[in-house]
Design a protein around this ligand. Sequence first.
Ligand SMILES: Nc1ncnc2c1ncn2[C@@H]1O[C@H](COP(=O)(O)OP(=O)(O)O)[C@@H](O)[C@H]1O
Ligand SMILES: Nc1ccn([C@@H]2O[C@H](COP(=O)(O)O)[C@@H](O)[C@H]2O)c(=O)n1
Length: 201
Amino acid sequence: MLIIGIAGGTGCGKTTVVNHIMDELPNGEVGLISQDSYYNDLSYLSLDARSEMNFDHPDAIDFKLLVKHLKDLKKGKSIGQPMYDFVAHNRTDKTLLTHPKKVMLVEGILILTHPELRDMFDIKLFVDTDSDERLIRRLKRDISDRGRNLDDVLTRYQSTLKPMHDQFIAPTKVFADMIVPNNKYNMVAIDIIRNIITQKL
Ligand SMILES: Nc1ncnc2c1ncn2[C@@H]1O[C@H](COP(=O)(O)OP(=O)(O)O)[C@@H](O)[C@H]1O
Ligand SMILES: Nc1ccn([C@@H]2O[C@H](COP(=O)(O)O)[C@@H](O)[C@H]2O)c(=O)n1
C-alpha cells in the first residue's frame, strides 16, 4: 500500500487536489481518509459549546483512532471511517465502510503535525496557497456548504484560523517532499503526482 499525505491550510485546495488525482486513476485502486472525519466526538457538549471549540488545534483530532485505522488498512482490514457533520459540529452516528486500496490518500490541515502519522506516509505533499486566497475560498465554501455566515467565518478566522495556521500548520511545510503551489489550478503538479502514483501501482 502506498500512503500519500496531503496537508495545507484551510481552503488551500486539498480536497480539490485529491479529487483531481482520483478522477484520473484506475477506478477502485485509490482510497481516501479525511482528517475531518476524525474530529473528537463532542456529543457530551451542547451545540452552542461545540460551536465555540477550536477546530484548528492538533488536540481537536482523534489521532489515536486515525493512526489505528491506517494501520488496520495497511494490514488489509476494512475500517468504519467516522462521518462528520460541519453544521452540528460533531461526528454523526454513521460510518463509511472504507476498504484497503493500493493507494490511500490522507488529507487534512493537521496531518503532518503528528509524528507517528507523518512517519506512515510514503509521500508527503503540502498544498500552498496565499492566506488571502484561502480566506476568500473558505468564506464562499463555508457559507454555501457548511451553514456559516460572513461574521462566523471572519470572527473564527481572526480568533483561531490564522493563529493556529501560523503556529501549527505552516511550520509543517518543512516535512513535505513536494510543495504544490495552488493559487491557481495547478494541473502540472497534479500530473506529476499522478505519474508517481501510476509508477508505484
Ligand atoms: N486552485 C483553485 N482555484 C480556485 N478555487 C479553488 C482552487 N482550488 C480549490 N478551489 C475552491 O476553493 C474552495 C476550497 O477548496 P477545497 O479543495 O475544499 O480546500 P481544502 O480541502 O484545502 O479546505 C472550494 O470551493 C474549491 O472549489
Ligand atoms: N465543526 C467544525 C470543524 C472544523 N471546521 C473547520 O474545518 C477546517 C478544516 O477543513 P478544511 O476542509 O478547510 O481543510 C478547519 O479550519 C476548521 O476550522 C469547522 O469550521 N467546523
